[in-house]
Design a protein around this ligand. Structure first.
Ligand code: SF4
Ligand code: SF4
Length: 61
């Protein structure tokens, strides 16, 4: 199981992670990405590849 976190300071609100995640981990909240379904992450790494600011961190639990 993976835990996904987004740095509010680094997130630019581009929504790329919301659009690319196959498991709907992210939604937008107040213009920032919110990994509200972190437990659904399959560690495909797609979001890490598209995020322009390195705002996403994924760790194994
Ligand atoms: S690694 Fe893949 S499944 Fe996990 S949050 Fe990123 S895009 Fe979604
Ligand atoms: S891809 Fe990165 S910068 Fe864009 S909304 Fe997601 S976390 Fe924020």
């Amino acid at each position: 199981m993976y835990m996904v976190t987004v740095s509010v300071e680094k997130c630019e609100g581009c929504e790329e992670c919301v659009n690319i995640c196959p498991n709907s981990v992210f939604k937008m909240t107040d213009g920032k990405s919110d990994p509200h379904q972190s437990s659904e992450c399959a560690f495909c790494e797609s979001c890490l590849g598209v995020c322009p600011s390195g705002a996403i961190t994924i760790s194994e639990m």
